[in-house]
Design a binder for this molecule. Structure first.
Ligand code: NDP
Length: 281
């Protein structure tokens, strides 16, 4: 089976759209997302454009804050503080990576944890580790939705995550654990990767290595989520050998798998931020 991330993401966007309509009708308020873009990194420009378009489609107001590449750490912090105080802004996203002279962690820590729709603030990461309700980073949350909405059970299954980054590998492993999978995390020092991945009922690959996972590293009938985005000879390919693996397991394509889910989860997190703002006011 091919796990169609694009179709599932479309369904989620429709659900978000209905919820936005209901919430704005009930409260008389607009839901606002501020997208902060520093400089003109071409990939970031594309991602920001996709996010703005997705917001418009579901009725979320997006505010693009385009700042010069040479902005100082203090000026950027001031801008974020302004957005923290702005009642028309419910979610704040700082598009990464930032230019090298800026300290990314310090910038993320400036975002109010209540508006942290990317779920990267240390307070929200702590809550995620503790299993409390919080903002869940978009890509890991999208991966879980993909698995569940494709009809796979997580509880009791053997799950293997290849990659231990803070934005994908670690949080997705925590989410699988919360849903009662038995989780193993692999990385570059893992011995005999194939022997570990072959045990997986659920295999999540986020290594950033084109076609790292071959068919002989996958269990028959497994659910394989390919997070990787690699450009090889001008073509986008994942971390999984899609053509071979799809013959024996369910797998997400690249593009059209995890990517569309990430944007859909950003919309969901923005609605969550709005709902939380209603609770405190
Ligand atoms: P990082 O480079 O931060 O992390 C990669 C991880 O994979 C590291 O933990 C690394 O191990 C591990 N790894 C690399 N090579 C191997 C190997 N040969 N065997 C075992 N483990 C390996 O990447 P990210 O987590 O940020 O991203 C991973 C991929 O997902 C990228 O291709 C990225 O573009 C894509 N991505 C896609 C998104 C989407 O929306 N679809 C969103 C975010 C990322 P070690 O720690 O030992 O170095």
């Amino acid at each position: 089976m091919i796990i169609d991330g694009k179709a599932i993401a479309t369904q989620i966007r429709e659900e978000v759209k209905n919820k936005v309509r209901e919430l704005t009708f009930r409260t008389g308020k607009n839901i606002g997302l501020a997208v902060v873009l520093v400089g003109e990194n071409p990939a970031s420009l594309v991602y920001v454009g996709q996010k703005e378009k997705a917001c418009a489609e579901v009725g979320i107001t997006s505010f693009k804050i385009a700042l010069p590449a040479d902005i100082t750490q203090d000026s950027l912090a001031e801008k974020i503080e302004e957005l923290n105080e702005d009642p028309s802004v419910h979610g704040i996203l700082v598009q990464l990576p930032l230019p090298e002279h800026l300290n990314e962690s310090a910038v993320i820590e400036k975002i109010s944890p209540k508006k942290d729709v990317d779920g990267f603030h240390p307070l929200n990461i702590g809550r995620l580790v503790a299993g409390e309700e919080t903002f869940i980073p978009c890509t890991p949350q999208g991966i879980i939705e993909l698995i569940e909405r494709s009809g796979f059970t997580i509880e009791g299954q053997e799950a293997v995550v290849v990659g231990r980054s803070n934005i994908v590998g670690k949080p997705v492993a925590l989410l699988l654990l919360q849903r009662h999978a038995t989780v193993t995390i692999c990385h570059t020092r893992t011995r005999n990767l194939g022997a570990v991945t072959r045990r997986a009922d659920i295999l999540v690959v986020a290594a950033g290595r084109p076609r790292l996972v071959k068919a002989d590293m996958v269990k028959e009938g497994a659910c394989v989520i390919d997070v990787g985005i690699n450009r090889v000879e001008g073509k986008l390919v994942g971390d999984v050998d899609f053509e071979e693996v799809k013959k024996k397991a369910s797998v997400t394509p690249v593009p059209g798998g995890v990517g569309p889910m990430t944007v859909a989860m950003l919309l969901k997190n923005t609605v969550f931020a709005f709902e939380k703002s209603l609770e405190v006011s």
